[in-house]
Design a protein around this ligand. Structure first.
Ligand code: GCU
Length: 307
């Protein structure tokens, strides 16, 4: 199943074992019920080096579970806009990297991203930008696992919208994630292609604007959504028995809240109850809100956090 998502949707990553080093850029600074520090990931291969800045916020507890996400607007924006103290007070850390630092979110972003120093992907289904982001999130997880203040068995992949698509694809491939949370990932993320409704995004729309996110062959399924050999409920189910959670907004028509709910319900049936698949529909539109975070914390308190 996961191979098929590579072949038809996100593309196949090259076999790459770069050297990765995580270097602290500053000393921890107090932040609410914890601290924050900046780090640099140095990824090296024989083709060159690629640097990525990582922001790490940790609670004042011994070893904590950590939410790990790629962000849209840079790490300073996360400091300004995420309810970080809510996470810290609940005993969770947050690790985040600007997605553009792995690869700029543009059709020609590959020339500047980490991809340029990695081996070439298989020609039959080369990866797109979501694949590169998913790979980057997995590199971050492996590095976090080496840090003493982090519960390496409790790193949770989380992402909003396009980063939710990347989080799901990353967690499907990387068994090291304890759980994954997909916030409004919508088309090609957490909603069913086979559920069609007025005003929702489909393969023609997403590949028309963001074809570079996917393997080139995905665009062949434009206006043939029903013929795609996989659907997103199967991606959700493939992560079991690890916990999966989908958060949705009632007015987020483009992401298709009904299609997200149906994907969750089908994933529960497909995985035969072997792992929890959580869901909420909150009032409002497209966004990752404090209310969403409260649901994710409650879910992880039940299904991920262990002493
Ligand atoms: C666009 C895109 C969506 C994506 C969203 C986002 O609306 O069509 O597929 O999820 O951007 O990332 O916010």
């Amino acid at each position: 199943m996961i191979d098929d998502f590579g072949r038809y949707v996100y593309g196949i990553a090259p076999q790459a074992e770069p050297a990765v080093e995580l270097r602290a850029l500053d000393q921890p600074v107090t932040l609410g019920a914890g601290s924050r520090s900046r780090h640099e990931l140095i990824i090296s291969t024989e083709r060159g080096r690629h640097l990525v800045e990582l922001l790490l916020c940790l609670p004042n507890t011994d070893r904590s579970p950590v939410f790990s996400c790629l962000n849209f607007n840079g790490n300073d924006d996360v400091l300004a806009t995420f309810p970080i103290d809510l996470l810290l007070r609940n005993g969770y850390g947050l690790a985040t990297v600007h997605a553009d630092a792995f690869e700029p979110d543009r059709a020609d972003g590959a020339a500047e991203g980490v991809r340029r120093i990695l081996p070439d992907p298989p020609a039959e289904a080369p990866w797109g930008t979501i694949g590169v982001w998913a790979w980057g999130l997995s590199v971050v997880r492996r590095e976090l696992a080496n840090l003493p203040h982090i519960r390496s068995d409790q790193v949770i992949a989380i992402g909003h919208s396009r980063m939710g698509k990347a989080a799901l694809w990353s967690a499907a491939q990387d068994q090291g994630f304890a759980a994954v949370i997909s916030n409004a990932a919508g088309c090609s993320g957490d909603s069913l292609h086979t559920h069609r409704a007025e005003g929702t995004e489909d393969i023609a729309a997403i590949t028309g604007r963001f074809g570079y996110w996917f393997t080139p062959g995905y665009a062949d399924f434009a206006d043939r959504d029903d013929e795609l050999p996989v659907d997103q409920d199967e991606l959700l189910a493939s992560i079991a028995p690890r916990p999966v959670y989908v958060g949705s907004g009632s007015e987020d028509t483009w992401a298709d809240p009904d299609g997200e709910f149906l994907a969750v319900r089908s994933a529960r049936q497909r995985n035969g109850g072997s792992g929890p698949v959580g869901f909420h529909l909150r009032p409002g539109g497209h966004g990752l809100t404090a209310e969403d975070w409260r649901h994710y914390i409650a879910f992880c308190n039940t299904h991920v956090k262990r002493p």
